[in-house]
Design a protein around this ligand. Structure first.
Ligand SMILES: [Fe+2]
Length: 288
């Protein structure tokens, strides 16, 4: 179990290191050419985040501070971050419905684009741009709070929180008689489609759907603020999971209220087919 944990974490670290290198080069080259504005919405958002968030996240922000960040994020649109809304008539993907075996493979082939806006010890600001049908698989945000604002398009979100006290069991993975998994029970708390008009959604360390999966129904983009950022050395490592309906391993498990909303989650290695490429943030630069 532990070696599997290490392997996933090494893969995730290599991905992040490569991303950091690429971005450092890109950012040095384009920084001077970017528009600068001390009064841009993204600059105001940055300054509010600096005032609000702490490196450890051990002192939770007040509900008023969280509300202020949400209110500002609610007003951010694609133009504020240098994005143009992608066409809704994207025929490369097929949404989350009606996927056949062939186009299921095709959805994984569509790369997501990751745009780094700013990162410090207290928070990360970034954007994910999704082609239709692309997926960020189920993953967690340990000890973190995450604000997400859809900038354009529509995106399906499925999110879980761990059931406490923790409920574990071991079982063969479906379809495998040899592969044992340690499964942990989680409760489904979000299963809906997000659009720009939905406003900002927030997940917390232990509530709001800390483990989530995104599927693009149309081309879409989401602005994320993660606080504190992922830091493997501080125990905040991104881990990926696969979810199984509660009934898959029901026999022998203790009865949990509302079990129809529950699922067993098994940790997996970082998916090899998670195809995420770095892009260049083209919005107003941030004056730090
Ligand atoms: Fe996430």
């Amino acid at each position: 179990m532990f070696s599997k944990f290490q392997k996933a974490s090494v893969k995730a670290r290599i991905f992040l290191q490569n991303k950091t290198l690429v971005f450092t080069c890109f950012q040095k080259q384009i920084h001077m050419a970017k528009k600068t504005s001390s009064s841009s919405k993204i600059q105001t958002l940055y300054e509010l985040c600096r005032k609000t968030f702490t490196p450890s996240g051990t002192h939770p922000s007040s509900s008023q501070a969280i509300h202020s960040v949400c209110s500002l994020l609610d007003t951010v649109g694609p133009a504020d971050v240098g994005l143009k809304e992608e066409s809704q008539d994207d025929d490369r993907g097929l949404g989350i419905f009606g996927l056949t075996g062939l186009n299921r493979a095709a959805r994984w082939a569509q790369p997501l684009t990751y745009l780094d806006i700013y990162e410090c010890d207290s928070f990360t600001m970034c954007i994910f741009c999704f082609p239709t049908s692309s997926v960020i698989p189920l993953h967690d945000h340990p000890g973190m709070t995450v604000f997400s604002k859809v900038l354009y398009g529509s995106m399906h979100v499925k999110a879980y929180d761990w059931i406490e006290p923790a409920c574990f069991r071991e079982a063969n993975r479906p379809g495998s008689s040899r592969c044992y998994s340690l499964l942990r029970l989680a409760k489904l708390v979000v299963d809906k489609v997000l659009r720009p008009e939905c406003g900002t959604s927030i997940l917390y360390p232990k509530s709001g759907g800390n483990l989530h999966c995104f599927t693009a129904i149309t081309p879409c983009a989401v602005l994320d603020i993660l606080t504190p950022p992922y830091r493997e050395g501080a125990g905040r490592k991104c881990t990926y999971y696969v979810d199984y309906p509660y009934s898959t391993f029901e026999n022998g498990a203790e009865i949990i209220d509302g079990k129809e909303d529950n699922a067993w989650l098994a940790e997996i290695d970082t998916p090899d087919d998670l195809y995420m490429r770095p892009g260049v943030y083209a919005g107003p630069s941030i004056q730090v």
